[in-house]
Design a protein around this ligand. Structure first.
Ligand code: APR
Length: 240
């Protein structure tokens, strides 16, 4: 444990929201075991069957209703507040998740690198707006009035993730990098641990089980996020 850490970058994945009732992607019975990502999470899939894609994301919005942050989200929000109050250094939370549970828990310094399920983007004018409604081709862009071009503001396979410049800047300065509840199988997030190691950061994996790049982490703890994340935060805070 590097207890002199000052600049911290945290990466979360679907595992941090699993105990809030939201599905993961590659675990047994995961989202991609039930739905074809090539049909539902690519620009080509949207072009071929926009209705089907909008229905898929509308159903995922439905799933979010009633979902609440769990102990892991809350522990990370608490760590951010303590970190900033103590003026300990930079704190960046990067999430691959498109839910709003980190925000509900109170996290502020947050980058949604795969976009946000509760935002909608117009393919005609690029306008992005907060939106909890069901998506449909009949809906009209509130900015340009175009109909039939609204899509969820999420990053699909083959599209450029969001916020990469500030993410790589933070990784280049990181003293501590923590990957939580992610299989680290999707690039560029899968490469963040190497970026952090190159910057000399201490690297930690907190997940249910080892993933594809676990051997690259200096420290690894496995178990449900609602148990291992608060434990890890308490140990980190305790090392002040
Ligand atoms: N507590 C902690 N970790 C968990 C839990 C839990 N309760 N349940 C599952 N996990 C871990 C799994 O062990 C796995 O390592 O969460 C990870 C989930 O991996 P994936 O399903 O691949 O999800 P993620 O890593 O977020 O996927 C990355 O892939 O399809 C794209 O855009 C999608 O953002 C997603 C990206």
């Amino acid at each position: 444990m590097n207890d002199q850490a000052s600049n911290i970058v945290i990466l979360t994945g679907a595992g941090v929201s699993a105990e809030s009732g939201l599905g993961t992607f590659r675990d047994v019975g995961g989202i991609w075991a039930k739905f074809d990502p090539m049909k539902l999470a690519t620009p080509e899939g949207y072009a071929e069957d926009p209705d089907g894609v909008l229905e898929f994301y509308s159903a995922r919005r439905e799933n979010l209703i009633g979902a609440r942050p769990n102990g892991a989200h809350l522990a990370l929000a608490g760590l951010e507040q303590a970190w900033m109050m103590a003026g300990r250094g930079d704190f960046l939370l990067v999430t691959q998740n498109i839910d709003d549970l980190h925000e509900q828990a109170g996290s502020a310094g947050l980058i949604h690198m795969h976009g946000e399920l509760l935002k909608t983007r117009c393919t005609a004018c690029g306008h992005v707006f907060a939106d909890r409604e069901a998506l449909a081709l009949t809906r009209i862009c509130p900015s340009c009035g175009h109909a039939g071009g609204l899509r969820p503001h999420v990053v699909w396979f083959g599209e450029m993730p969001l916020g990469l410049d500030p993410i790589y800047e933070a990784l280049a300065r990181a003293d501590l990098f923590v990957a939580i509840g992610t299989s680290c199988t999707v690039w560029p997030a899968a490469g963040f641990v190497q970026e952090a190691r190159a910057a000399g950061a201490w690297t930690v994996e907190l997940s249910l089980e080892p993933g594809e790049v676990s051997a690259l982490f200096d420290e690894r703890h496995y178990g449900p996020a609602t148990q291992i994340v608060p434990d890890w935060v308490r140990r980190l805070a305790g090392s002040d």
